[in-house]
Design a protein around this ligand. Sequence first.
Ligand code: BGP
Length: 488
Amino acid sequence: MGFPKGFLWGGAVAANQCEGAYLEDGKGLSVPDMLLGGDVNTPRTFLPKTDPEAFYPSHEAVDFYHHYKEDIALFAEMGWKVFRLSINWGRIFPNGDDEEPNEAGLAFYDKVFDECHKHGMEPLVTLCHYEIPWNIVTKYNGFSDRRVIDMFVKYATTCMKRYKDKVKYWLTFNEINIACMGEGGIGNLYGLGLMDPEDVNADHRIPLNELKSNEQIMFEALHNEFVASAKTVIEGHKINPDFMIGNMIAHTTLYPLTPNPKDILAAFDEDNFKNNFCGDVQVRGEYPSFIFRYFKEHNIDTSYITEEDKKIIKEGTVDFYTFSYYMSNCVTVDENAETTAGNMSKGAKNPYLKASDWGWQIDPDGLRYTLNLLHDRYPHTPLMIVENGFGAFDTVEEDGSIHDDYRIDYFKGHIHAMKESIEDGVPLIGYTTWGPIDLVSAGTGQYAKRYGFIYVDRHDDGTGDFSRSKKDSFYWYKKVCESNGKEI
Ligand code: BGP
């Protein structure tokens, strides 16, 4: 059977991780602009005071802002049908709460989308890939303030009206469930624009209501994102009924570590909380029953979920479900079990899997399993994988070549799993690999954690001339796209 005709092959980036030009043409600061680079062992940290020595990787990133023509031409050379990118909210509304949009920001994305179409590629636009304007963090404490719902919807509809003939595919919030991933500080700041009250550096933080727990505020903020997302779907379809508007979930597949029924149930509960809760709200249009047990046990007062909100969430269900897939983890009740070193989603170590240098366990079979689970759960909803890739240290040979066979192996396994899932009857409509061009890592802020088919000469010590070159994987992925997945 193989991949269907018109399958959307491509790649995915986020504005804050590739654009740079962080204050150019009227852009305001957004969350990642305030985060320092980290390394393999140190997660990114937030630095409130301006330190001239500090290195903020998003400020220049890989300078896509000035290289977009060259980069899009390289993507097209690989035979892509779709390019997933985000609009940087702060380019359009620099403070998030501005009256009027910033024309220079809108004009930049006009040029980017025109360039995509020139090369026969559809843009797939994420409206918020962690790029919450910094002013919304400091003035409103992110999405915990209901007023931010309408700021987001205004921003989203401004973009949808402007690009209604240029962009058909839209995603509302990147990895909306990051809040449930146990990431704490940076996870909440990225996903919800919430400053961690425990963060001693957080001198911009506005005082939280002392009567509310952090978790209470987190769930309220997440709820406000659900409402903002659903309103965007409703308004978007009025702007152009042909729009396909999706959600985006960080899916870390979870297995019980042993056949102990206690492990099975622990994995089941964790899977529901981390992977299914947000997707259920956005696809089925209502909060799943299991989450109310969690709310009860954690003393979450759910009176913030109004009848009006429920109607909006019901009406604004997504047209397709998209997700990132990098790894699987195991779950156990055994507190002494060995854990993975992963910085994003920790879990028990699976003795059958190898891991990347960052501890992310490599599991292509888990992708077939996941696609089938999702199809079972949401039988009438098309699925798309919008992130999958292998972060690695690459070596540039003397002649400039880069032999990244480890990356090719990773992709081969996962694309094979996609093929198998299509045989299983899963309605998979597309695949955009993560970081097709090297960019700044979201979790660690490193350049050294490279994902690209295209190498960028830029390093964590601030050196490099931003020149682009093709890795071996570039030629390999080109064959995949051009043969519609026949040659892997
Ligand atoms: C996802 C994010 C991306 C991306 C990717 C890889 O969570 O949506 O922005 O960066 O993970 O993670 P990292 O950059 O930490 O390797």
